[in-house]
Design a protein around this ligand. Sequence first.
Ligand SMILES: [Zn+2]
Length: 273
Amino acid sequence: MGRDGSAVEIPESATAPVGYERLDGDVPVLHPPRLSERAREVQGRLTQGYGALAEILAVEPPELRAMLIAAEDWNRAPRENEHPYPPGLPYFTRSTHPPTLVLPETLSPAFRPRTEATLPLTVWHELAHAFLLQREVVRTPAWLREFVPQAAAAAVARRVGLPLEDHLSRAEDAGFTIRGFEELASAGDQMSFQNLLLRLGAAALEEFGEGFLKRLFRALWEEDRIVDEERAEELLAGALGSGGRRWLESRPEFQGENMRNTISKNGQGAEIS
Ligand SMILES: [Zn+2]
C-alpha cells in the first residue's frame, strides 16, 4: 500500500482506540496504559516469533504491528467487517497499514488447554498467518489453512525451549480427524481441531525437522488455483519430503474418511482462526 502513491495511508492514531500507548519494537504494540505489563509480555513473545519465523522460512519479515485491546474497546478494534468479531478471539487483519495482529485483553475461555504455552502459541499462530499473507494465497481446505500457523507456532516453541508435551497432553480427545472438521462447528470443536493440528505439526517437526515449513510456505505462494482436498494432501506430503505421504497417512490426526456429517453444525459461528 502507498508504494505507487495511489493509496492513502491511514495514520495509526485513526485506527487504535483513543488513549492507547505505543511500545516500540520489531512489532510495535499499541495498548491501553493499564495493560502495559501484559503488552510487554506479548511483545516479548512477538519478538521471539518474529525472529524465529524469519529464519525458519528464510524470508524478510512483514511490516506489522499488534494491538492489545481492552475488553471495553473490543468493538473499536480494526477489522475487515462492519460488525465486531466475537470477543476474546485474536485475529490478523489487513484492513490497516501496516497490517495488525489484534489480541484481546483476555483470551476467550474457548482457548484450551490453559497452560503457560497457551498465550505464546496463540501469538505465534497469528504471527504465522501474517507471514504467510505477505503474499496472496489461494483458498485451501480449512485443515491446511490452519495447519500452517499451528505447525509454525510449534516450531517457534521448539526453538525457544517451550515444551509442548505437557500442553498437548492436556488437550481433550476430539472424536474426529482434521479432515472431518466442519467449519461451522462449535467453539469447543474448533479448539479440538486446532489442537489436532498442533499435535500433527509438533509430530511433523519431530520426524522431518523444521525445513518442511519453508517448503510448504513456498508451495502455497506458488499455487494459483483453489486447492482441493487431494491437492492439499499432495502439497503437504511433498513439503514433508521423502516418506511424507506414508507418514501422513499413518497419523491418527489425519486418518480415516472424511466424517463431515458427524460433526455438529450448531455452533455459534465464533471462529477460532
Ligand atoms: Zn488461524
